[in-house]
Ligand binder design. Sequence first.
Ligand SMILES: Nc1ncnc2c1ncn2[C@@H]1O[C@H](COP(=O)(O)OP(=O)(O)O)[C@@H](O)[C@H]1O
Ligand SMILES: [Mg+2]
Length: 273
Amino acid sequence: MTTTSSSTAPDNAAPDNAADSPPRLEVSGLTVTFGGLTALDDVSFTVADGETVALIGPNGAGKTTVFNAVCGLVRTRRGRIRVGGAPAPSSATGLLGAGVSRTLQGLGLFDHLTVLENVLVPLTSVRPGSGTSADVVQEVLGTLGLGGLAGAPAGTLPYPERKRVALARALVTRPRLLLLDEPAGGLGAADIDQLAQTVRTVSDGGCAVLLVEHHVDFVMDVADRVVVLDFGHVIACGTPDEVRRDPAVEEAYLGVPVDGARVEPAETREQRA
Ligand SMILES: Nc1ncnc2c1ncn2[C@@H]1O[C@H](COP(=O)(O)OP(=O)(O)O)[C@@H](O)[C@H]1O
Ligand SMILES: [Mg+2]
């Protein structure tokens, strides 16, 4: 919506930051309210190109609301969101044009469409007839083990495959910022390992990844940094090791030793997908 504001350079543009390039995603002072409820209160964090940041926290902490704010789906009361140094677009096509794609907590697949048709949806909405699309689509489907399922109606597939279709759909646009809402939710160990490998590959390719996830082992495995939300506030931010040693995090969220390799109990409270 808003176009680049080249004339309004931030007055305190961090001199020690050697800012060669802006973060891929910058969330700064983000505040979102729903009626009387403050879902997010002064939330700030960044995700750099090639970096994977995990957003964790109990249910209702505001994780999905962060995603929705980045995608322009909820109104921001205060704060700013920038993608690649420019104000985040708020339309679906604007976001795709800015290299942003996301997976939804509820997958959002078209069950009656085939795997291939589902995966093509974002491509048809952004640049019809793009010459490279077919190759990219084949490559992404192959990488995710969906090559043989291209013609299958998405609704007929088991849940792990459906999740991979949703991921494929997010990847075919070759995003520079990928938002994953609970990508490991509902998956078994083998599928989670494969997912972690996919996230690493995407990240190694330079994509910035922001993921919301309950599965602690997966988070500790793939994240470069972890941002912990509680009641709409950032209560901790750091490397997985730093965060797992933070007493406030344990109290607010983890409850069990992170090394215990357990899916924390909050997940069972969130069954609205
Ligand atoms: N569209 C909405 N309208 C009203 N309240 C909402 C809406 N979306 C989220 N909320 C509330 O905002 C808070 C944060 O929700 P959410 O971002 O979904 O949390 P999380 O993803 O961390 O579980 C919760 O209290 C939730 O009930
Ligand atoms: Mg959520």
